[in-house]
Design a protein around this ligand. Sequence first.
Ligand code: SF4
Ligand code: FES
Length: 249
Amino acid sequence: MKLTLKIWRQSGPEDKGAMKTYPVEGIDGDMSFLEMMDVLNEQLIEQGEEPVAFDHDCREGICGMCSMYINGQAHGPKRGVTTCQLHMRSFKDGDTIYIEPWRSKAFPVVKDLVVDRSSFDRIIQSGGFVSVNTSGNTIDANATPIEKENADKAFDAATCIGCGACVASCKNASAMLFVSAKVSQLSLLPQGDPERKSRALNMVNQMDEEGFGNCTNTGACSVECPKEISLENIARMNREFLKASVSKE
Ligand code: SF4
Ligand code: FES
């Protein structure tokens, strides 16, 4: 397969950045999108040019690092997959592919396609945890019975990989889907109960402090989410936040 890639190049946070065109050849349909980027980078290195910086780690859909906009869609044209799981058979010989970083004030560009998502880390630090008794009398988590329906909903929420596609695809750059997945995962389980109120308050406050926009129920976040996190979580987080606001711990 021969392709034309139009890629956002930006040498650093202060650089204005621009789209640059790169032809690439010898792409197999069974290659992942990131392997195609590897082929391009090998070609650029051979030509003495600067390779394209992009984030990746697990390459199996679980770490959330491979965040990029492909032809105007977060993680590309397929639903429910990350960029690392997107295969080149989803494209045709001769295609032109536009590749850009996430665009949001709270995710500043570090270089090329790499953005700084430490705002997500600070939101997690503000409340995305449970307190555990480490005195030696720790209760095995599996010894606590949990209603099947809640266990399933908590598990679904826990599949959020923190990639930020929800923010990138939202016209308001809202982080509500991400934060609500984390709040829901813990609020649905008895282990999350001790910090339930402070978690909802602190995580929502931190989200606002980081400069993410508000939710206007457009739903693009859930459509573009590679883990298909449901909008139900946003409704649950709003209820948790409201309850916590009227009855502080
Ligand atoms: S909710 Fe979906 S899109 Fe947002 S960070 Fe989690 S996995 Fe990524
Ligand atoms: S590289 Fe880990 S999810 Fe894609």
